[in-house]
Write a new protein. Structure first.
Length: 182
């Protein structure tokens, strides 16, 4: 069995694993703000809601961070209510640890994302430091792109951290979509 992560769950092979009804471990996902908001955005609604249905069936376990919850303060009420329901278990809202803060600063120092978008770096750092290797985002400009993914991972390697993947809900629902991102 792996060592406990900061949030009390056990790490197995760098991933947080939590069982569901079938006994097969649920895949742990880190959701950034864009995916939570995508639930009510006409452009992203279909795939985002399909992802939620899979979570409700036990295929996925969602985590987010205080960074996302702070970003959602200005969101419409229905989005904030969705976040409150989805992350009612406070252990699924991850804090920015000192290690995550330092890693997010390393991303910024390496110009992975512009300093103006420090919260995007923080999302990736929190997930990375918590051992969540799959980040889900609709943010094509700063997160869900092959180029950014490679640059985040280059910094992770330099800091002894595992590689991560940043994908859209569409890629999770339709693995062939992954080919379109390259």
């Amino acid at each position: 069995m792996g060592k406990p992560a900061a949030n009390g769950h056990r790490r197995l092979d760098g991933q947080l694993r939590c069982g569901h009804k079938s006994g097969v471990p649920a895949q742990t996902l880190y959701l950034d703000t864009s995916v939570i908001g995508g639930f009510y955005d006409v452009e992203f609604m279909s795939d985002t809601r399909a992802l939620w249905r899979l979570m409700e069936r036990g295929a996925y376990r969602f985590y987010t961070s205080r960074v996302a919850m702070n970003e959602l303060r200005g969101a419409p009420l229905v989005v904030r209510q969705l976040a409150a329901r989805t992350f009612a278990d406070a252990s699924r809202i991850l804090d920015v640890s000192p290690e995550a803060f330092a890693l997010s600063r390393a991303y910024l120092a390496a110009s992975v994302v512009p300093a103006k978008f420090a919260d995007d770096a923080a999302h990736v750092a929190v997930a990375t430091c918590e051992g969540i290797g799959l980040i889900v985002s609709w943010n094509f400009k700063h997160l869900a792109s092959l180029h950014r993914n490679e640059r985040f991972n280059a910094v992770n390697v330099l800091h002894g951290r595992p590689a991560i993947r940043i994908v859209t809900p569409s890629v999770l629902l339709n693995p062939d979509e992954d080919l379109k991102e390259t």
